[in-house]
Design a protein around this ligand. Sequence first.
Ligand code: SF4
Ligand code: MG
Length: 316
Amino acid sequence: QGLSKHFPIHAGLIRRQIGVISAVDRLTFDIYRGETLGLVGESGCGKSTAGRTILRLYEATEGAILFDGTDIAGLSGEQLRRMRPRMQMIFQDPQACLNPRMTVGQIIAEPLDEHGRMSRADKRARVEELLDQVGMNKGFANRYPHEFSGGQRQRIGIARALALDPDFIVCDEPIAALDVSIQAQVVNLLEDLQDRLGLTYLFISHDLSMVRHIADRVAVMYLGKMAELAPRDALYSEPLHPYTKALLSAVPVANPRIEATRKRTILKGDVPSPANPPRGCRFCTRCPVAVDKCQWDVPEWREARPGHFVACHLAE
Ligand code: SF4
Ligand code: MG
């Protein structure tokens, strides 16, 4: 609720603060238990920052993060430590978070060591169970990350995220670094795990086709703000926000007859800097239908239709 994350900009020898980057600005939305909420937008729009702030990997600048009714933004010390296992993250680049000197078994067991005491035999059994859950051979526990392909390394990252039996996982571009041929396998694994373990996902991606496949509802961000959020089918068939419309018009369609007659919206100009965003609607410098008031009036985040949220002066 009202979640913001601003990063200070420092300059000069004494590192004087000269401004802030408004990476995430006053987001309010729900994620329902058991669902996949897709979060889309161009790179640099604040999706990853939002995901990390929700998990408290970054401290929120303002706002509340209600997890099962508890505002975790206000937790610290032991209370926060007890909450942490329930929320995990899967990263884009598993390579970067798998220590090359540790065996796969040690990598997967690391969260178990940090959050409780387990006998060696129990730990071994849990690691094998986790490897099995992500479709890997139990014998792989003694091997090292470099012995595996990108897709398999992502499976190791997923096993590690599952070690503490979480409820909620932020998947930050989990397939963006993988070959197209294995992206579907990893997505299918994530869906399968969700069904079996009752997981809830925030699925961050710039790939609208993939999000359409996996998400129950989809949220669109632009320059740190939420532009639109709707049930999947409503968002893809009846988008209300000009930015969502432009994004969707850029997604190729498989049917060449539709592709040939489709109208494309090409957005002019670049995304403005989040250190100096437009005053009114943050999309006003690129919006094809902007009116005067868009330049100074911040559009309210409102429920235009049941379950369909949008921030645009012109949306019905
Ligand atoms: Fe475009 Fe104005 Fe709507 Fe922003 S508020 S998306 S500038 S029409
Ligand atoms: Mg990102």
